[in-house]
Design a protein around this ligand. Structure first.
Ligand SMILES: [Zn+2]
Length: 492
């Protein structure tokens, strides 16, 4: 098959596989392999690099391998380089991104680690250039300069901190080994390539049937979603007093990896068969989209069970052009429902300095029709809330910061922990959790202020911080909480 010159694959060749211990030496070179003839490899889990072109001893063009069965998506890369010379300086040009808008314009940079320094770090932004290139069909190219410093090290570069299927399996196995009475792990189904679709249930409660459902990694390249998801789980299974109360009153169901094949294969957006699963919620096929089909069946079944009240569905993603954490929600005719839907993101904004309410938006775009949030928003009744939780691949700004703060693996997990504890605030407001909360826990929550004057992310309103009394700011937002829903409790 010949591809036309303007093929969407972004290169003359269809890139179908990853490079496998590929040594790149100067063209025509036939001598023995020397130190400095770089060896590229992406034949490992979540690896992605389709092709390397030698430009000079110092410069290489790198091609992302498109998603399997879907050449339109080329964003995630993850590869190793070895056989380097000490002090060897190189420029790598990633030349076939499928997106033009990118956080690379705002200071994002690839992450790197090496065998002797196994902690991932972001490259300095000053070493990274993102520009429209006169070559490569005027595609956007991301170039970065790097200086190798240890001959025996294997270096690894990636779009963002990887979080593989195997890492998840190890994490879930370690949770199981703790034999926690309130945690259950089950296999909800299998992927096309027979990988596990895991479901965790976290609760103490047999009697209370309020249910929160969380999913992540429907888009496999959005690895920050896994760190958030792990943060949520870590918090919910912990001995933290808030977690204990939540487990007493709420059932949490978590599907940490909705697209295990895509994650394993190093895709950015799609499943093995090239489907963007987050556009197939309306009619998932048991053979083409088995993981999605299984999750949807479970949700539909729980929704029909009169003993269960499915109150939240949150699908976690990562965003390639925005900063901070934020949410997408649905649009409703009913103004009260609109306001009720804004409650959780507002509470989260109080708990997580990196979460932005002003970036949060409510929409009904046609292109989002097959997403989990939109589909379930139509399916579930009007006391349920469906959100997409997004987090930047790059960084966040807080109320006080002058420059963006790059996210680390830990700060992604912290956002997850903050999401989890926000459910207590929500259910306290909702009177599900009565105020017989231990004194020590009240102190933990002394930071809370339900002031809604400020719509950007902020930790605490100034009047609350200085006086310790509930602030008396007047609502000014269009989403002002005028209903009984958001009236402060009288004992505050
Ligand atoms: Zn996504």
């Amino acid at each position: 098959m010949t591809l036309s010159s303007d093929s969407e694959a972004g290169g003359e060749d269809a890139l179908v596989g990853n490079v496998n211990k590929l040594m790149v030496s100067p063209p025509g070179y036939s001598g023995v392999q020397r130190k400095g003839h770089l060896v590229f490899d992406a034949c490992f889990e979540s690896g992605n690099l389709g092709r390397v072109d030698y430009i000079s001893d110092f410069e290489f063009d790198l091609f992302i391998r498109p998603d399997t069965c879907n050449p339109r998506f080329r964003v995630w890369f993850n590869f190793t380089v070895e056989n380097v010379r000490e002090t060897q300086r190189v420029i790598f040009n990633v030349v076939n991104f499928s997106k033009t808008k990118s956080l690379y314009r705002d200071g994002m940079s690839p992450v790197v680690k090496s065998t002797s320094r196994p902690q991932w770090q972001r490259l300095p932004a000053k070493n990274v250039y993102y520009y429209r290139c006169p070559d490569h069909r005027r595609n956007y190219v991301m170039s970065f300069a790097f200086c190798f410093d240890r001959e025996d090290d294997v270096y690894q570069f990636a779009y963002c901190y990887p979080y593989t299927y195997t890492r998840l399996q190890h994490y879930l196995a370690s949770l199981e080994r703790r034999n926690l009475p309130y945690l259950q792990r089950e296999q909800l189904g299998l992927s096309v390539q027979q990988r596990r679709l895991d479901l965790l249930t976290i609760t103490n409660s047999e009697r209370e049937k309020k249910l929160v459902f969380l999913t992540a990694r429907v888009h496999p390249g959005e690895s920050p979603a896994s760190f958030i998801c792990q943060g949520v789980i870590d918090f919910l299974v912990s001995q933290h007093p808030v977690a204990q109360i939540l487990r007493d009153h709420v059932i949490f169901k978590v599907v940490p990896m909705l697209n295990p094949d895509g994650v394993y294969l190093g895709n950015y957006r799609c499943s093995l068969m090239g489907f963007d699963l987050n556009r197939h919620w309306q009619d998932p096929s048991p053979w083409a989209h088995p993981t999605l089909h299984a999750v949807k069946q479970l949700i539909v079944q729980m929704n029909q069970d009169p003993r269960v009240s499915l109150e939240f569905y949150i699908d976690v993603h990562a965003h390639s052009t925005m900063l901070n954490g934020f949410m997408y929600g649905n649009v409703f005719e009913d103004e009260e429902r609109v306001q009720r839907q804004a409650v959780f993101p507002r509470l989260l904004c109080q708990n997580a300095p990196d979460f932005s309410f002003s970036n949060t938006s409510f929409n009904r775009d046609v292109v989002k029709a097959g997403t989990g949030r939109r589909f379930l928003g139509g399916l579930l009744d009007d006391t349920s809330y469906c959100y997409t939780l997004e987090v930047s691949f790059y960084s966040y700004m807080t109320a006080g910061s002058t420059a963006p703060v790059p996210y680390s693996e830990e700060s992604y997990m912290k956002l997850g922990r903050n999401v989890a504890r926000t459910f207590l605030d929500y259910y306290k407001l909702n009177n599900l959790i009565k105020d017989n909360i231990p004194h020590q826990l009240r102190r933990l929550h002394a930071r809370e202020c339900f002031c809604i004057r400020r719509t950007t992310s902020t930790s605490v309103c100034a009047s609350w911080a200085s006086t310790g009394r509930r602030c008396v700011c007047r609502p000014s937002s269009r989403y002002a909480f005028t209903t009984k829903w958001f009236l402060p409790r009288s004992d505050q």
